[in-house]
Design a protein around this ligand. Structure first.
Ligand SMILES: [Zn+2]
Length: 102
């Protein structure tokens, strides 16, 4: 094998691995859910000082300016830490117990 072929071989392997990963990274129901969860930079000021429930574990939390938050379908949700927020962002329907599309 010629050494000059190595970059091409790597490029092909890279392209193949991306093709293999793409279907996993794109949820099948993506087109059915127009609402996309997005991370809020900080808790909305109006909500600071109120108490609410963590949208993931249900623990009671007091909203502070640095409370991890996310917006989904026009509503704000709060979490006790950023790892739970990230889990919610990845699968909001799972935590909202929404029934599957009818
Ligand atoms: Zn929690």
């Amino acid at each position: 094998m010629k050494l000059s072929n190595l970059p091409i071989t790597l490029a092909i392997l890279c392209a193949l691995s991306m093709l293999a990963i793409a279907p996993l990274a794109t949820p099948a129901r993506c087109a059915d859910s127009p609402a996309i969860a997005k991370v809020l930079a900080s808790a909305p000021a109006a909500e600071v000082g109120t108490s609410t429930k963590c949208a993931v574990c249900g623990m009671k939390i007091h909203v502070k300016s640095d409370t991890p938050g996310a917006e989904y379908a026009g509503k704000d949700y709060y979490f006790c830490d950023t790892s739970e927020r990230d889990a919610f962002i990845a699968k909001p329907e799972m935590y909202l117990h929404k029934p599957a599309a009818q």
